[in-house]
Write a protein that binds this ligand. Structure first.
Ligand code: HEC
Ligand code: HEC
Ligand code: HEC
Ligand code: HEC
Ligand code: HEC
Ligand code: HEC
Ligand code: HEC
Ligand code: HEC
Ligand code: HEC
Ligand code: HEC
Length: 473
């Protein structure tokens, strides 16, 4: 223990004759009290004055995002003017109540962004805009909406159960949040009776497998096409290259989805619709029944043109050439009608070609080789192929972002023989990458929209799916 510098005695000596010392205010202590009071009241006063006339920025909670930078100082774009966020009392009030009152701000958002509330008509309680789109987080773009915001409903069994219930009362089967342009052919499965209300927290966890896989959907197209057959060894190369997916499936200009299959571009090189092996350059036109019938009924004229243009024959030679070709055809088909029937209704109308190699054979196919052909009042009709442009409209996909992933990672096309096979990937095909293990983003908003586009915001809750189908939408 250190030795005290002064003894008790010495200290007592100092206050001798001055025993009222502690009752008097020392000038220094007085000054200290004054300074404290001035600081306290001055601070309060300046806060009061600032909140009345100072620049609003003083109370800013943080930098406004780049999206809204153009009006970052007009606080009243988002905050009510009289009870604005720039108001001290408001800030205090909100701090001491349960968090912020978002209602007023939401209404402000909606003055500029109309029709952003609608997610699903059967939600039991909408979320505030500002819960998902957080402002005052810094000058960059607004942050991506967190999956936890989606999970606040989608992983809450009470909420989803209530929504399923509400959906049944509303007769929601006509709800279509994902409209498409009339030119697009879209594969749509009906909404399940319970809606899409199963609960899960993350894509790589219980997120349901895609409906198209769950219900084992079939492709409605009746066009015959066998993917597997076209990768066999006897399929001739085109321009020295074996067929690959890209020969038939070319990306659209933006790279998101594929262009629709086209006979002239994707099939005709090998299925050229030749019908007379002696004159292979003469071909039946494709795509229009009337045109084909006209062509077959004017064969002499077709042979005439062919002789002049392709064979370079003189006018003198043409008639005998034409007569000879028609006679040869007649030997085979007996009459024009029989030829027409053969072309339309049989898969391999041209007998002499049956024994040749597949590559040659493929050029001599009839319409029924690929099409369902029916007869209506003596006229053949082709069931129009349904070439689907979009299969899973409830999510957004982008092929361009997967350009380095092999097609058959996602599409088991090489093993498919029937058009009716749906070649869409299953969830498992995605989880290998889109998961913490796969190290690729797997937020809900990576693959889904939240807001319905304006065209879908008004829902006719009374029409049924059946009525929708009937109206051709
Ligand atoms: C684009 C809309 C927008 C603009 C412009 C805007 N705010 Fe906000 N502000 C919000 C939202 C949304 C909230 C709710 C909480 C959040 O997201 O941080 C908020 C919250 C606040 C809060 C409460 C913060 C807290 O954490 O308690 C204050 C204070 C505030 N704003 C002040 C201002 C001021 C001052 C200005 C003008 C310089 C301004 N705001 C401009 C959208 C905006
Ligand atoms: C004064 C009009 C106005 C108000 C009020 C407003 N915004 Fe905006 N907002 C805009 C403009 C302009 C843009 C940038 C252009 C665009 O992409 O639409 C934008 C962009 C956005 C974007 C990003 C769009 C994108 O393409 O990434 C989001 C999200 C957004 N606002 C949400 C909100 C929310 C939430 C509120 C309310 C807190 C709000 N806005 C209030 C005008 C407004
Ligand atoms: C307020 C609650 C709520 C929130 C928050 C919510 N959802 Fe939903 N969502 C629902 C309900 C309810 C359904 C079921 C609709 C039905 O019954 O058909 C649904 C259905 C869906 C569907 C399938 C149906 C379709 O037409 O697309 C997707 C996808 C979806 N939500 C994505 C999201 C994403 C992504 C988020 C977050 C950005 C989100 N949801 C946030 C309530 C919510
Ligand atoms: C010779 C042309 C051709 C080649 C080569 C080809 N396809 Fe197709 N593909 C088609 C035709 C025609 C259809 C439409 C008929 C159908 O659905 O089978 C189609 C449809 C598809 C569909 C969507 C239809 C569905 O039912 O899911 C996918 C996916 C697909 N092909 C993937 C592939 C992949 C992957 C490859 C390469 C391994 C490939 N295709 C090679 C012609 C081709
Ligand atoms: C590279 C040449 C080539 C291309 C391109 C091609 N095919 Fe083929 N296709 C063949 C050959 C060869 C056969 C086998 C013919 C045979 O065995 O008689 C065949 C067979 C078929 C068959 C019968 C399959 C079966 O299961 O027996 C159909 C149907 C068919 N092709 C449709 C198409 C369609 C539709 C396209 C365009 C989307 C197309 N092909 C493109 C060469 C091709
Ligand atoms: C090798 C297979 C194949 C053969 C053989 C074939 N088609 Fe097609 N046809 C297709 C494909 C693939 C489509 C869809 C793509 C397109 O329209 O180009 C199609 C489409 C059509 C269409 C619909 C066109 C439209 O505008 O939607 C008609 C009509 C048609 N074909 C008629 C015929 C007739 C008539 C024949 C016989 C002379 C025939 N096809 C032979 C493959 C074939
Ligand atoms: C990472 C997985 C993945 C890969 C790799 C992939 N696809 Fe797809 N593909 C999809 C999904 C998902 C869809 C459904 C898109 C939709 O309709 O929402 C699709 C749709 C399609 C369709 C039908 C719709 C359309 O866009 O026409 C065709 C055809 C197709 N893919 C061909 C291919 C070909 C060819 C390749 C290789 C060059 C390929 N895909 C690579 C996932 C993939
Ligand atoms: C081999 C890995 C791999 C597989 C398998 C895969 N993805 Fe991806 N995906 C990626 C990568 C890498 C990105 C780019 C991520 C980025 O931009 O940060 C991506 C991006 C995406 C995007 C965002 C596209 C955009 O516009 O930004 C969607 C949606 C998507 N994938 C859906 C799917 C679906 C659905 C499947 C399954 C059918 C799938 N992916 C399978 C690697 C994969
Ligand atoms: C890698 C892409 C991807 C991610 C990440 C993802 N989804 Fe999905 N989701 C899909 C695809 C693809 C479908 C099938 C869409 C269809 O059938 O049209 C789907 C279907 C759904 C459905 C309909 C379910 C049903 O019963 O058929 C809901 C609801 C949904 N997703 C919500 C979410 C939510 C919430 C998250 C975030 C926790 C999420 N998704 C993350 C790709 C994804
Ligand atoms: C449950 C979360 C959630 C809520 C609540 C929400 N949004 Fe969004 N919002 C999203 C997601 C995710 C996107 C990204 C793409 C999409 O879904 O369209 C988005 C995109 C946007 C965009 C830019 C793209 C577009 O469609 O123009 C605007 C603007 C926007 N939201 C405004 C609002 C407004 C205003 C509200 C309130 C009325 C709101 N959001 C409520 C999740 C949400």
């Amino acid at each position: 223990m250190p030795k005290p510098s002064r003894t008790q005695k010495q200290i007592a000596e100092r206050y001798k004759g001055n025993l009222g010392y502690y009752r008097k205010l020392h000038p220094w202590r007085r000054a200290r009290m004054l300074v404290s009071l001035v600081a306290l009241f001055g601070g309060l006063l300046s806060i009061f004055l600032y909140s009345k006339r100072g620049p609003e920025k003083f109370f800013n909670a943080g930098k406004i995002s780049a999206d809204h930078a153009s009006f970052e100082n007009k606080c009243d774009s988002c905050h009510d003017k009289n009870a604005g966020g720039g108001n001290f009392r408001q800030v205090l009030r909100e701090r001491f109540h349960h968090g912020l009152a978002f209602d007023a701000i939401d209404r402000k958002c909606e003055t500029c962004h109309q029709q952003h509330t609608f997610h699903e008509a059967n939600v039991v309680q909408n979320k505030s805009c500002s819960a998902c789109h957080q402002e005052h987080q810094g000058p960059g773009p607004m942050k991506m909406v967190a999956s936890s915001q989606c999970a606040s409903c989608h992983n809450n069994s009470q909420t989803m159960l209530a929504s399923a219930q509400k959906g049944m009362e509303m007769n929601l089967h006509a709800q279509d949040r994902h409209p498409h342009s009339p030119q697009q052919v879209v594969f749509k499965l009906p909404r399940p009776p319970q809606g899409f209300t199963s609960t899960f927290a993350a894509f790589w966890e219980n997120h349901p497998d895609f409906q198209i896989k769950r219900v084992n959907a079939r492709d409605p197209d009746v066009l015959r096409f066998n993917h597997q057959r076209h990768f066999a060894a006897d399929i001739p190369p085109v321009n020295g290259q074996k067929l690959d997916c890209n020969y038939c499936h070319k990306p659209q200009p933006d790279g998101r989805f594929m262009q629709r299959i086209n006979f002239a571009a994707n099939c005709q090189t090998c299925h050229s619709l030749q019908f007379d092996w002696r004159n292979p350059e003469l071909r039946i036109p494709h795509g229009d029944v009337d045109l084909v019938r006209t062509f077959l009924r004017t064969l002499p004229a077709q042979y005439g043109d062919y002789a002049r243009l392709k064979r370079g024959m003189s006018e003198r030679e043409v008639p005998s050439f034409v007569a000879q070709q028609i006679k040869q055809l007649r030997d085979q088909f007996h009459s024009g009608d029989e030829l027409e029937l053969a072309v339309f209704f049989t898969t391999n109308p041209y007998k002499p070609q049956e024994k040749s190699a597949p590559a040659t054979r493929a050029n001599f196919t009839g319409c029924a080789f690929c099409h369902e052909v029916k007869e209506a009042r003596g006229v053949p009709t082709i069931t129009k192929p349904i070439l689907v442009d979009r299969w899973m409209t409830r999510s957004v996909f982008n092929h361009a972002k997967h350009a380095r992933v092999a097609c058959d990672t996602c599409h088991a096309a090489m093993q498919s023989r029937d058009t009716s096979d749906v070649l869409m990937p299953a969830k498992a095909n995605c989880v290998t990458c889109h998961s913490p293990q796969g190290k690729v983003v797997a937020e809900c908003s990576t693959c889904h929209n939240y807001h319905a586009p304006p065209a879908a915001q008004t829902v006719a809750t009374t029409t049924t799916w059946r009525e929708l189908l009937a109206s051709g939408r």
